[in-house]
Design a protein around this ligand. Structure first.
Ligand code: ADP
Length: 189
């Protein structure tokens, strides 16, 4: 987005709430849904800023519900069309295609993706002031298994036996453990 934002002299802001760092979900679809909002926000804004936000909405046994909001200071959307914009091939009015192009499909795709991720979509807008499009998505908590990390100072000077039927693996491991100051007794070459 950065390139389009700079070309229009807009500000792109990112605000992250109290969102867990590691979650299990579908990053590709999530990116597609949020990026679609953000691309529209830049497209329909001539000055000011576009803000991307993420908040923790709820944390229950069903999963972690995160809310994503994209707010712009653009042209806004009148109340009578707000309700139908998530339908396929719908644009705010007939002048939109002439002025901005587009297909009216992006929001319908975002809605479907988000609903498949257990979430919902919506918007708030005031014509002439700007728009906020939001979506939620459900994620599972990820329990991360950290590999045991032993400080190399504790390993330095120790002996180690490397066992692997692949010579390249043995060589790689030899170099790795030698770097930690360990002795594996392998012939150096
Ligand atoms: P497209 O952008 O290809 O027309 P979308 O489904 O993404 O299709 O958007 C549908 C319509 O919703 C747009 O044509 C525009 O009229 C309106 N719209 C979407 N996002 C915004 C926004 N941030 N500000 C104003 N209007 C918007």
């Amino acid at each position: 987005l950065q390139e389009r934002v700079e070309a229009k002299n807009l500000h792109l802001l990112l605000e992250l709430g109290d969102v867990p760092g590691t979650l299990l979900g579908d990053p590709t679809r999530l990116r597609q849904a949020v990026l679609n909002y953000a691309t529209n926000a830049v497209k329909f804004t001539e000055q000011g800023e576009v803000t991307l936000q993420a908040f923790l909405e709820s944390d229950t046994s069903a999963g972690v519900l995160i809310k994503f909001e994209v707010t712009d200071s653009g042209i806004g959307i009148s109340e009578e069309v707000q309700g139908r914009l998530f339908q396929a091939f719908t644009q705010a009015d007939s002048s939109t295609t002439r002025k901005y192009g587009g297909t009216g499909l992006g929001l319908a795709i975002s809605k479907q993706l988000v609903e498949l991720m257990g979430g919902q979509v919506g918007l708030r807008s005031r014509p002439g002031e700007g728009t906020t499009f939001w979506c939620t998505a459900l994620f599972q908590k990820q329990t991360v298994c950290q590999p045991a990390i032993v400080p190399s100072a504790e390993l330095s000077g120790r002996r180690i036996l490397i066992v692997d039927d692949n010579e390249s693996n043995r060589t790689i491991l030899h170099h790795l453990v030698s770097g930690w100051g360990m002795h594996d007794g392998q012939a150096r070459n």
